[in-house]
Design a protein around this ligand. Structure first.
Ligand code: KIV
Length: 269
């Protein structure tokens, strides 16, 4: 089983692998493939719930999705993403919402889209026994402020990311996602902190990589420029659904082997 402690050991020796999953069948495939971390991302809002952004995703939805993923996972570390405004508003509700992911959904850790406002909260959660994955660079919950643009692209903003990374590592976060930042900035952050960095659109010098499963398997409506597709599940689904429709319309389905007859029920009246 992958543990928070094992991840620290792996960092720097072998790349850490992380993928999102939002349901049990997908989690089972990801886990059986030997992926180290399954992130139940709030990207579920875009990928599965039909929203334009992650902002409408609720704590109940994340709890339910995380519980489903945990039920299907044997080895990977399961991290529940905390949705917009479920943390950082006040300490009590932040702790309660993060705690639900461990108490009710049995997650191993939570991820917080991080900033200056999450340093103290990270410290508090870790003190209470809730492992925290930090997330800097592009944080999609700030879409209304910054869109989905690259972050850390000038000296001041790159330094701010570096300083926040150090602050979250000092606060006890066990790893850090770096999203859509220049690779040379990600490298300096990785070198400066002693917790693993996991990049998405952050180059190859991070300790690990993460992508959204829908992008990887070819199920996304829109993919970010840094994502890569490794399969075409959408085409396979289209073929299967089209074949089913044709078989029903032509009368080929259901065939005899899909039906059964009870002889004594031939004449009901
Ligand atoms: O919600 C998500 O899927 C994420 C990853 C892109 C890191 O936060």
């Amino acid at each position: 089983m992958v543990t928070v402690r094992a991840l620290r050991t792996k960092a720097g020796t072998e790349p850490i692998t992380m993928l999102t999953a939002y349901d049990a069948p997908t989690a089972r495939i990801v886990d059986e493939a030997g992926i180290d971390i399954i992130l139940v991302g709030d990207s579920v809002g875009n990928t599965s719930l039909g929203h334009e952004s992650t902002l409408p995703v609720t704590v109940d939805e994340m709890q339910s999705r995380t519980a489903a993923v945990v039920r299907a996972t044997e080895d990977a570390l399961v991290v529940a993403d905390m949705p917009f405004l479920s943390f950082g508003v006040d300490e009590a509700s932040s702790i309660e919402n993060c705690g639900r992911m461990l108490k009710e959904a049995n997650a191993d850790a939570v991820k917080l889209e991080s900033g200056p406002h999450t340093v103290e909260l990270t410290k508090r959660l870790v003190q209470l026994g809730i492992p925290v994955m930090a997330h800097l660079g592009l944080t999609p919950q700030h879409v209304k402020e910054v869109g989905y643009s690259r972050q850390g692209t000038n000296r001041d903003s790159a330094r701010e990311i570096l300083e926040l990374a150090k602050a979250h590592a000092d606060a006890g976060a066990f790893s850090l996602v770096l999203e859509h930042v220049p690779s040379n900035v990600a490298k300096q952050v990785t070198d400066a902190i002693d917790i693993p960095t996991i990049g998405i659109g952050a180059g190859s010098d991070c300790d690990g990589q993460v992508l959204v499963i829908d992008d990887v398997i070819g199920m996304s409506q829109r993919t970010p420029p840094f994502a890569a597709q490794f399969g075409d599940v959408k085409s396979e689904m289209e073929k299967a659904v089209g074949a089913y429709r044709d078989a029903v319309e032509s009368g080929e389905f259901p065939a005899d082997e899909h039906s059964h007859v009870e002889d004594e029920l031939d004449e009901l009246y």
